[in-house]
Design a binder for this molecule. Sequence first.
Ligand code: ADP
Ligand code: MG
Length: 467
Amino acid sequence: MDSTQQLGARYRVEGATAAQQEAVDVLARQFLLSDERLGEIIKEFRRRMEAGLASDGTMLKMVPSYVVWRPTGEETGAYFAIDLGGTNLRVMRVTLEGNGRATLLHQKFALPEEAKTRTLFDFIAQCVETFLDDHNMRPAATDPHLSFGFTFSYPIDQTSINSGTLIHWTKGLDVPGCVGRDVVRLLEDALLRLGLRVKVAAVVSDTVSTLLSAAYSDPAAQIGVIFGTGTNAAYYEDVTSLAKWKGADPASGEMVVSMEWGAFDSHELATLPFTPHDIKLDRKSLNPREQAYEKMISGMYLGEIARNIVLWLADQRLLLDGRSSTILNAMWALDTSYLSSAAVDDSPDLSAIRQVIEKTLNVPDSTLVDRRIFKIVAILVGERAARLSAVGLVATLTKRAEMLNRPITVAIDGSMYEHYPGFDRIMAETASHFIPESQFKNIRFSLARDGSGIGAGVIAMLATQHQ
Ligand code: ADP
Ligand code: MG
């Protein structure tokens, strides 16, 4: 598609003035990406993957996870897990029942601002204590330690299956004194301060645990992906391709690599289609010039991009008659979940969107045209995210092209993937344009709900078995 010529009826706003329509067309041209453009980005992505496998200190960190095993699905036993995403913290007991089945006992805690900026590890330890006490599972002084898998979804330099130093914070966390330190030690020290007999058997990213949760029930699982607060992916790599790996070669000959793909195109701002709205977000973020890909794709940022667009339109008096509100003026006021509800609002008066504009954002008296434009903004931002997410996916799928000649499962977790309407369909459809049909039919995209938690239990089991 040549997006400059054929914007299509979808972006025509009934009742809009010429100036409003022109502004919407500008947005559509910025946010619609041709396959040709995506193809170029995929090539650059692949180049960055190769660089990251070859040496340290590259844009894509391609972190060796020390996970060199695959579960058979027949393992049994109870294991514990902590899943730290960017929005929620979950503590759970994962009971592996064999036959690829696992059951979950879990408790969810919202990360308070204080934990995000100061007390993170003490907060996690307190949540573990609450969970164990609430379920009468706190080990007595004479009991053995409980083994935990720790899903820590921030880039670390992994130094063993249960140690790794933080490279930098992402996704809005900013806890001082952690960069360069072993996050497992930080957590175990906090647990010790509460007198809890708990050991961290493994630390993994949410992508690695999502992959392993799928692998427990599905031997075809090769790739784990997250589209939640942030985005990342992990896959089984042949160690001979992991040139920077200095350790002993694992018996299996393979290792899961956490790509840290959210960092794609950081610093250089060269390849991705940055609009002024992206640049405004980036400049005001906690990590300017970092995580460029993540900022166009994931839940933490999409609402904010849309808010920037809404203000850009309002400031030209092309939306809401130029009015704003204290709420709408504040950064992060528009949660990405509102884009999901706006994108599927098909009611005659767009009442869900009216609710968001008038109640959530506190700007009264929206017109139907305002709401129609708002809906297009939500669609443009969400669909660009879905199309761009196919870039990383295609680059990863074609990295080991021989894998595509038999059934292969991509396990995906995260609220953006689960809830943004059509995200899964658009992502898969876009990917299909870059992979031959005979191979594409072998690929199964599977929602691994709770995968980032269950997989941490699976990895705790594997690490304990192999220690
Ligand atoms: P985590 O990243 O902590 O594992 P999630 O996978 O639940 O957590 O992702 C949380 C992110 O998803 C938040 O940034 C939130 O804004 C976004 N989100 C939550 N609900 C929706 C929704 N319905 N549609 C799109 N994004 C959503
Ligand atoms: Mg998660």
